[in-house]
Design a protein around this ligand. Structure first.
Ligand code: SAM
Length: 216
């Protein structure tokens, strides 16, 4: 299953980091994580040779591994500090999760598709990546490990799920794409001391849908 991390992969990752810098990613911690996580391990064998292109690829079950630019963009907005408790909704291939762990997050990541959950669990074991991987509906969060310093949603939501707001600490940050099935706006939400949310809206993206109780 694992394919060696050769000079070729290392060189390709450096070029990807350079490309992301040129596209506006400036956070050194994010760029270092992109430069260290072997994306080719998270990609279906048919696309491995393309792993360091800035492109999304199918991962099975109708889902995708997000484009590196999107991963870097969301991670930069999340402002993860080492030992932050982070909740990710939509584990998928595990690539975004591995980036967060590389940045020192204490990560809980939820996936609703059993096949993807099992595959990523095996991969994390093989790569010795430490994270709490959970099978379930992330639109209602994961109360057992709450509250979280950071929440990142990697699927397109029709609205901001109340459950996720409830599981964020005061001063915590949530990054979530919200919109219709074709296009979503990236939202940064910051929880204020009175429990209300500051809501900043940024660029447009296209994600697979968030499916669940507080989703589509
Ligand atoms: N972070 C992933 C990566 O790095 O590969 C991105 C995966 S894909 C864009 C979004 C994932 O969200 C899919 O694997 C999908 O099955 C999952 N998903 C959709 N709705 C969900 C929900 N309610 N709870 C958990 N996962 C969900």
């Amino acid at each position: 299953m694992l394919q060696a991390d050769t000079y070729k992969e290392k060189g390709a990752r450096k070029l990807l980091v350079q490309e992301l810098k040129e596209k506006g990613i400036s956070d050194e911690k994010v760029l270092n994580a992109i430069g260290s996580v072997p994306r080719h391990q998270f990609i279906h064998k048919d696309f491995k040779h393309l792993a360091y292109l800035d492109k999304a690829f199918p991962i099975g079950e109708g889902q995708t591994i997000s484009q590196p630019y999107t991963v870097a963009y969301q991670t930069q907005l999340l402002q993860v500090e080492p030992a932050n408790k982070v909740l990710e909704i939509g584990t998928g291939s595990g690539y975004q999760a591995a980036i967060l762990v590389a940045m020192g997050a204490n990560l809980t990541s939820i996936e609703r598709q059993n096949k993807l959950f099992v595959k990523t669990q095996k991969l994390f074991k093989a790569l010795q990546i430490e994270a709490n991987l959970i099978l379930g509906d992330g639109s209602i969060g994961y109360a057992l490990n709450a509250p979280y310093d950071r929440i990142i949603v990697t699927a397109g939501a029709p609205k901001i799920p109340d459950a996720l707001i409830g599981q964020l600490i005061v001063g915590g940050i949530m990054i979530i794409p919200v919109g219709d099935n074709n296009q979503q706006t990236m939202h940064i939400l910051i929880k204020k001391p009175d429990g209300s949310m500051e809501n900043i809206q940024l660029d447009q993206f296209r994600f697979v849908p968030l499916i669940g109780t507080q989703a589509w």
